[in-house]
Design a protein around this ligand. Structure first.
Ligand code: G16
Length: 536
């Protein structure tokens, strides 16, 4: 194939104006939207090649998820809903770092290395979030796909999990479900309605939910879902788009700031479900009768789900495990290993790493503390569950219904919410019953801006900092002074900052530890602006 057209369109419509090296991050490329046009165009080119390479449909999602509105980004979806294969992350980085004229040789290099038959057809599914820049960037992706002779199907504004779902369904010939947006809503709502056919109330369980849509696509997705669902949940949607996306609301705000989302009435003892800007993460929270705020994050969801599934698979000889990251609260890991006896593995941040590790179990539950995760079932597990269900094993019958509520293709805020609601309902638990299962160690997250975040490198699933030299020793010394202290630092792969995590025996200590470690980062790694003073 001749890539002259790809170069021409790049030079005329999507010229590259930066020379700074750009790296594929935690979830694709992400930066300020006005610097992304050439990257989006090139990801369209890449998706066209990847589709030929795999003889499958590839997905391109335009979103910066939890980031603020001026940012945007791109996530590439591989044939079975996975994140882009690691070898292709390298190709993506090469292509983005090429000059406009260099695009041709970069593409030729990929074709030759991956042995791609360029005469094959290429089909790319494209979706986008609600950001004002997403439409323009979508055009750039489509221009890229077209410039390498590919075809596209534009799904318009959809959540990230919906795009993963339709890509998977299309590629497996509809076995997982119908490859349409409506097919997605119908599949999970039908499964949920079935699970609720026995009634809506049970014990302390109350089906009332305050839903925080983060002013993004998650609000649209929930209202569409409610249209498909019977009245087994009483959901009121807030932050539907009247405010600014992710601003003072949404899953990331609630998790990091540990605060009730703005725009949602402060109703006591009613659970609030917050999703992020592309609806792939979910965080629960509630206010008790004294108005005290409690948050139930990805760790609480993971332990709730893993505990429930473990009961259901008893006797089926299946290995169930949980995958967490360094951000997992120490109390959650202790609870799940010591109390529930479920094995836990620790992966690097990024669902792509967790997903991969979860494949080692027959049933792999994976969740990041930030609320991003799902459950995946191996072929062996599916067959064992189906056989036992056909033999009228009650637990297996229930499990096979639960399976259909789960979006195994990727973390999915709405499907995860329905899974949580299923477990709470089955247990007859209120949100505070759920919260009482174990008590989180107080923790704090902070961000520090440095001149070049790449100077921070880590090892041991990001729990140990390798460079700059001396930083880890300083962190060790600081941590030693805190009861139950733990802290680590890592460069973000989605924002131009370094993240700091700290936990300790009290909130004051956790805050203090986070500030001291943030100052160490500031000093060792070339901090910019004011020295960190207060948790932010
Ligand atoms: C993305 C990834 C998540 C990751 C998060 C933060 O989420 O998919 O796995 O935890 O970024 O990553 P980092 O700490 O490297 O900035 P999302 O929801 O923003 O796409």
């Amino acid at each position: 194939m001749n890539f002259t057209e790809a170069v021409r369109v790049a030079q005329e419509q999507y010229p590259k104006k930066v020379t700074k090296p750009i790296k594929y991050g935690t979830a694709g490329f992400r930066s300020r939207a006005d610097a992304l046009d050439f990257i989006m165009y090139r990801m369209g080119l890449l998706a066209g090649l990847r589709a030929r390479d795999t003889s499958s449909v590839i997905g391109v999602m335009i979103t910066a998820s939890h980031n603020p509105v001026p940012d945007n980004g791109v996530k590439l979806v591989d044939p079975m809903g996975e994140m882009l294969a690691p070898a292709w992350e390298v190709h993506a980085t090469t292509l983005v770092n090429a000059t406009d004229e260099g695009i041709a040789s970069a593409l030729e290099g990929i074709v030759s290395e991956a042995h791609i038959d360029t005469s094959k057809k290429a089909l790319v599914f494209v979706g986008r979030d609600t950001r004002p820049s997403s439409n323009r960037l979508c055009d750039a992706v489509i221009a890229g796909v077209t410039a390498v002779g590919g075809e596209f199907k534009d799904f318009g504004i959809v959540s990230t999990p919906i795009l993963h779902y339709v890509v998977t369904c299309y590629n497996d010939g509809g076995k997982y479900g119908e490859a349409t947006v409506q097919g997605y809503y119908q599949k999970i709502s039908r499964a949920f309605n079935k699970l609720r056919s026995s009634g809506t109330s049970n014990g302390n369980y109350d089906p009332v939910i305050l839903y925080d849509g983060a002013n993004g696509v998650g609000a649209l997705a929930m209202s569409e879902f409610l249209n498909n669902m019977k009245k087994s949940l009483n959901v009121t949607i807030f932050n539907k788009g009247e405010g600014v996306l992710n601003h003072l609301c949404g899953a990331d705000y609630v998790k990091v700031q540990q605060k009730w989302p703005e725009g949602v009435p402060k109703t006591q003892n009613v659970r609030c479900v917050s999703v992020d800007g592309d609806a792939d993460r979910v965080i629960y929270s509630y206010l008790d009768s004294d108005g005290k705020f409690y948050m139930l994050d990805g760790d609480k969801i993971a332990t709730l789900v893993a505990g429930y599934l473990q009961e259901l698979v008893k006797g089926l000889q299946l290995k169930l495990g949980l995958v967490q990251t360094a951000y997992a609260n120490g109390a959650s890991t202790a609870y799940i290993t010591e109390k529930l006896g479920v094995p836990v593995a620790c992966a690097k941040t990024g669902v792509k790493h967790l997903h991969h590790m979860a494949l080692e179990f027959n049933i792999g539950v994976y969740f990041e503390a930030n609320g991003h995760g799902t459950v995946i079932f191996s072929k062996t597990a599916r067959e064992a569950i189906e056989t036992a269900a056909q033999a009228k094993n009650n637990s297996a019958e229930k499990l096979s219904q639960v399976l259909d509520v789960i979006n195994e293709t990727v973390g999915d805020a709405i499907s995860d919410m329905l899974l949580v609601e299923t477990v709470l309902h089955a247990r007859g638990w209120s949100v505070s019953d759920w919260n009482d299962a174990y008590t989180d160690l107080p923790n704090r997250q902070m961000k520090v801006t440095v001149a070049d975040r790449a100077v921070i490198t880590t090892t041991d699933a990001e729990r140990v900092c390798v460079t700059p030299e001396g930083l880890q020793n300083t962190i060790n010394k600081i941590v030693k002074a805190f009861l139950k202290g733990r802290s680590f630092v890592r460069p973000s792969g989605t924002e131009d900052i370094v993240r700091i995590y700290a936990e300790a025996s009290t909130q004051e200590e956790a805050d203090n530890l986070a500030i001291q470690v943030a100052c160490a980062v500031y000093e060792h790694a070339g901090g910019i602006g004011d020295r960190p003073k207060a948790p932010c």
